[in-house]
Design a protein around this ligand. Sequence first.
Ligand code: GAR
Length: 220
Amino acid sequence: MSRLKIGVFISGRGSNLQALIDAAADPAYPAEIAMVISNRPEAPGLERAARAGIARRVIAEPSRPGFAAAADAALRQAGVGLVALAGYMRILDGGFVAAWRDRLVNIHPSLLPAFPGLHAQRQALEAGVRFSGCTVHFVREAVDTGPIIAQAAVPVRGDDDEDRLSSRILQAEHRLYPFAVRLFAEGRLRVTGNRVAVSGAAAPEEAMLNPLDALASPPD
Ligand code: GAR
């Protein structure tokens, strides 16, 4: 079976990259990581790629078009069919986003369109929402926009601070990203306007409540 080749862009820690590396370690997973590109030479995620024997490129090109041209050439040479942003913290060149339309995905730590941009988990805490979570979406030119492929909802707890909420959302990210990439690789996604149809998938019917058990144990 020939597997879909993915290019992963990182800027930092690379824990989502690691989740994709771990998923692709299973030969039955329908995608493999052909190349990791970082805009920062010191990104710890590069070490993860090295340990997994994956080709790495550092493109520390300050101009957006300069980065895009170098990345585009490297991705095409490697036969990449999907680009996955995994903690890539720069805005991409508009021409690059257009050239890779519907073959370029991102993960973001909120239930988009709520809380785009930086510090999404802090924004969620400040807004007092009962659920936050994470989103994998096709990339469009405006930051953290584009048709949504999959989301995971994470309850916000009364004792959450930014670190605690971030780490529970991150655990959900590590499940969601390999899942969404699998759907793409299996050819199950169809984009129409701002909506993505997923063939052979059903959403749960029931609502979840947060707090769930406030009536179960009345205050003393
Ligand atoms: C992740 O939480 C990811 O969702 C977020 O950066 C973190 C990267 O962690 N991305 C964004 O906020 C993009 N707007 P990682 O480097 O360990 O994968």
